[in-house]
Design a protein around this ligand. Structure first.
Ligand SMILES: Nc1ncnc2c1ncn2[C@@H]1O[C@H](COP(=O)(O)OP(=O)(O)OP(=O)(O)O)[C@@H](O)[C@H]1O
Length: 209
């Protein structure tokens, strides 16, 4: 990996309704690094993540990916990105396995990935063939997180990924993050809890933390 910042944000500004959430926001993230976005409720963490994903326009500022403005290479950037929002992004009528198979038509998928094996590692081995809507919130979250392992995306953008997870689930996600960073991946996430088992964590506070 060279030293060039993979993700660079410059002078970013976000206004929602009549509120200025942040302005002049700058940060850089390199391969193998995680940015933990902190701040009080309503400080703009989700808004920042949605701007990074192109789901919300910024008022001002620039986002660069691998040295070039995202605006000039949006399709390539989106192929490199996996987003997990407040909802796990799965279809309740489909089984966990069907949900993952559906992704093959939407994203660039790791050719060697075995969806059934990944879901089993996520603790869902006994639930592969039931509609996802019949599973608990934590189990549905585990399906959404397993999506990250299937997608071939260097940049993970995760909004509260530990939501609904039990203690073992939190450790599992921290392991996924660590493995992702160790292979040169990057992550930007929000969470109100600290990351115990992940190295290379940088923090960004949107309020005085
Ligand atoms: N669609 C919208 N229109 C107007 N204002 C909005 C909209 N969505 C969010 N906001 C406002 O933007 C502010 C920041 O919201 P955001 O969801 O980014 O905060 P957050 O830091 O992620 O909060 P939390 O920790 O509670 O999840 C809030 O005050 C919210 O009311």
């Amino acid at each position: 990996m060279n030293d060039m910042a993979c993700l660079a944000v410059h002078e970013l500004e976000c206004i929602r309704g009549d509120r200025l959430l942040f302005s002049g926001l700058d940060f850089e993230l390199h391969a193998g690094e995680l940015l933990h976005v902190l701040g009080t409720n309503g400080s703009g963490k989700t808004s920042l993540l949605r701007i990074l994903c192109g789901l919300l326009p910024a008022e001002n500022g620039e986002i660069r990916w691998c040295g070039r403005p995202v605006a000039e290479q949006r399709a390539a950037y989106l192929q490199d990105l996996a987003y997990l929002g407040h909802h796990p992004g799965i279809k309740g009528e489909l089984t966990p396995l069907e949900n993952l198979h559906l992704l093959r038509h939407l994203y660039r998928i790791r050719p060697d990935a075995d969806p059934a094996a990944l879901l089993t590692e996520a603790g869902l081995g006994r639930h592969l063939d039931v509609p996802a809507r019949t599973l608990s919130a934590g189990q549905r979250q585990r399906i959404g997180l397993t999506r990250l392992r299937l997608q071939q995306a260097r940049l993970w953008i995760l909004d509260e990924p530990f939501t609904s997870l039990d203690v073992e689930g939190v450790a599992w996600v921290e392991g996924l993050l660590e493995a992702h960073l160790q292979t040169g991946g990057l992550a930007v996430l929000t969470s109100h809890q600290s990351l115990q088992r992940v190295a290379n964590v940088r923090t960004l506070c949107l309020t005085s933390c």
